[in-house]
Design a protein around this ligand. Structure first.
Ligand code: SAH
Length: 223
């Protein structure tokens, strides 16, 4: 597949992580059931090691969640892949992510769709994520500081909304900002969480539960 990002070899991390390490990660994701080739290619090309602290970058291509500071985590590649694959099924032109975190999921979405907006409540994480996206030359993603529970009314409606922190209940505003035919994907629950897909059909939400997951909680307010 064509290059999704025009990166210098320094940014690609060539010499730092071998192509073989990334191919192995993609093979593992395929074995785990990820089948969307665009998602797999995106994950093969995106330098995940640039989204975590240098001390952890040697673990960036393992299928594991990694800490990104302030008690938050970058999800394991399998979950990022699964959520992205579910989102792509509705062929979204415009998507909203809640919980920018490191910016990795946002960068992957930006490689695969025309327009991405992402909201983060913790300003220090947001600033780092913004810097990374800039460094990678990603221009079709916008990151915003705020409370993602409220969505992003100015840019609504969205074809797809991906929530990467777990609310106890489905945030009403997000369902309102979803286009007819659109899809909301979110981890739902508290101690036990389920990855849910909600499709808007004839103004109603049709829910499908995918699998058990573990995310940090979606918290109110921005700081
Ligand atoms: N998608 C991220 C990982 C997300 S971790 C990545 O690719 O790295 C979950 C993130 O959601 C955390 O950064 C947390 O601060 C953020 N978050 C939690 N509640 C939020 C809210 N109400 N609005 C916006 N972001 C929120």
């Amino acid at each position: 597949m064509a290059e999704l990002l025009q990166l210098t070899s320094e940014l690609k991390g060539i010499g730092f992580t071998s192509q073989r390490t990334r191919n192995r990660m993609v093979d593992r994701l395929t074995e785990a059931g990820i089948s969307n080739q665009r998602v797999l290619e995106g994950l093969r090309q995106l330098p995940r090691h640039l989204f975590v602290d240098e001390a952890l970058s040697h673990r960036a291509y393992e299928d594991t969640a990694l800490p990104i500071g302030l008690g938050q985590t970058l999800s394991q590649p399998y979950i990022v892949a699964r959520m992205t694959e579910l989102l792509l099924e509705v062929e979204p032109a415009k998507a909203l992510e809640i919980g920018t975190g490191s910016g990795f999921q946002c960068a992957l979405l930006a490689c695969l769709l025309p327009e991405v907006h992402s909201i983060e409540r913790l300003e220090p994480l947001l600033e780092k994520a913004r810097q990374r996206l800039k460094e990678l030359g990603i221009k079709n993603a916008r990151v915003i500081h705020g409370d993602g529970q409220m969505g992003l009314i100015k840019s609504a409606p969205f074809d797809g909304i991906l929530v990467t922190a777990a609310p106890k209940e489905i945030p009403y505003e997000l369902t309102e900002q979803l286009k007819e035919g659109g899809r909301l994907i979110l981890p739902l629950g508290d101690k036990t969480q389920t990855l849910c897909v909600l499709d808007k059909k004839d103004g109603l939400l049709v829910r499908k539960d995918i699998e058990p997951v573990r995310f940090v909680p979606l918290l109110p307010g921005a700081c």
